[in-house]
Design a protein around this ligand. Structure first.
Ligand code: OSB
Ligand code: MG
Length: 370
């Protein structure tokens, strides 16, 4: 199929509640939505960078620049064989995985719609429903967090992940464990600890006794060696997020023993094709994976649900319902989590939801034709 049109829009949606991690606090979700038309068929994708380079190096502005000036011309140069053709086409451009991922998602959506297939089928997914969990940010007090945990456990989420950082860790987990002794619980440090700090090491060793499902990304993004050293000392599985930017990093993490679980975000790794490669590598190595999130609108969220139907996504992901973050999502119907903590994979073609252009227009800051 050929590109009839491609445009990028910076959207900014207010979050229902502020979201705070070890690297900062946000009150809006900033992302670039990608709209592509291939031989008359529309497709949508999302680059969920956030406004600032905190989680990763990309921003809204870098996505707009790289997608328009470098990626779009590569896509327009020749007909596209399938979504898996997109990363081959983009290979000359170094880095910028979120810019690449949003475009590949849009291409996949268009191919799915053209073939009358839901994305889960296009990807070879096997699950009709996906188990899911929720990610809760740092709160002003332990009491405030505990009531959020109580609320979300009550909605049925199959595990609760809480954000930690030095100073917001042991006391928090001790209190949550006192109140919710059997809750499937995990923590995510977003790279805030270091093995060179003896206090951090003691904290991580103490957390090892809290019966956590996993400790996510305790150390720096580029530090696969220290993660391996830490994993040897802890009984709790380590899960890597930021440290797995691509399949090569995943291969290194597996070889070194840097983790026992991998969080796959298609936006972080450059798109659905790379996400599938990492999924397959982990499956072969006996490492379960789960689908992470970056506060996506319904568009990125629906793409994540489709990906999470692949068989080795055996742990509950960070794919919450639309209502976790947004008063009004950009898709119809919104993503709904059922009382048993599962989300039904859509069966309609492509991303399987109707995209609400009226709401997208209201959330749009700028549109950039590419
Ligand atoms: O590390 O998983 C993360 C949100 C923004 C940046 C990084 C992360 C997160 C989350 C929220 O944990 C996941 C979600 O609900 O989308
Ligand atoms: Mg994470």
């Amino acid at each position: 199929m050929r590109v009839d049109s491609l445009d990028l829009r910076h959207v900014r949606l207010p979050l229902r509640f502020p979201f705070e991690t070890s690297f900062g606090r946000v009150e809006h979700h900033d992302a670039v939505l990608v709209r592509i038309v291939l031989d008359g068929v529309e497709g949508w994708g999302e680059c969920p960078t956030g406004a600032a380079p905190r989680y990763s190096a990309e921003t809204v502005a870098t996505v707009l620049h790289v997608a328009r000036d470098f990626l779009a011309p590569l896509l327009r140069a020749a007909p596209i064989d399938g979504y898996f053709d997109v990363p081959r086409r983009f290979a000359p451009v170094r880095g910028h995985p979120m810019a690449k991922a949003g475009i590949e998602m849009a291409v996949a959506d268009a191919f799915g719609r053209a073939a009358g297939l839901p994305l889960s089928r296009l990807y070879g997914g096997t699950r009709r429903e996906i188990p899911t969990g929720v990610s809760l940010g740092i709160e002003p007090s332990i009491e405030a967090l505990a009531s959020r945990v109580d609320e979300f456990a009550g909605f049925g989420y199959q595990r609760v992940k809480v954000k930690i950082k030095p100073g917001w860790d042991l006391k928090v987990i001790e209190e949550l464990r006192r109140r919710f002794p059997r809750l499937p619980l995990s923590v995510d440090a977003n790279a805030a600890y270091s093995l060179t700090d003896p206090g951090h090491v003691r904290t991580l060793e103490t957390l090892d006794g809290a019966g956590l499902m996993m400790i996510e990304q305790p150390l720096a993004e580029t530090d696969l060696v220290d993660h391996a050293a830490l994993q040897r000392r802890l009984a709790t599985p380590l899960c890597l997020d930021e440290s797995i930017p691509d399949d090569a990093a995943c291969a290194a993490a597996v070889a070194l023993g840097s983790c026992r679980i991998v969080n796959i975000k298609q936006a972080r790794v450059g798109g659905p094709t790379a996400a599938q490669a990492i999924h397959d590598r982990c499956a072969a190595a006996g490492i379960p994976v789960w689908c992470g999130g970056l506060l996506e609108t319904g568009i990125g969220r629906a793409h994540n649900i489709a990906l999470a139907t692949l068989p080795n996504f055996s742990l509950p992901g960070d794919i919450s319902g639309s209502d976790r973050y947004f008063a009004e999502d950009l898709i119809d119907p919104p993503v709904a989590v059922r009382p048993d903590g599962t989300i039904a994979a859509p069966t309609a073609p492509g991303l399987g939801h109707t995209v609400r252009l009226d709401r997208i227009d209201r959330a749009t800051v700028t549109v950039v034709p590419a």
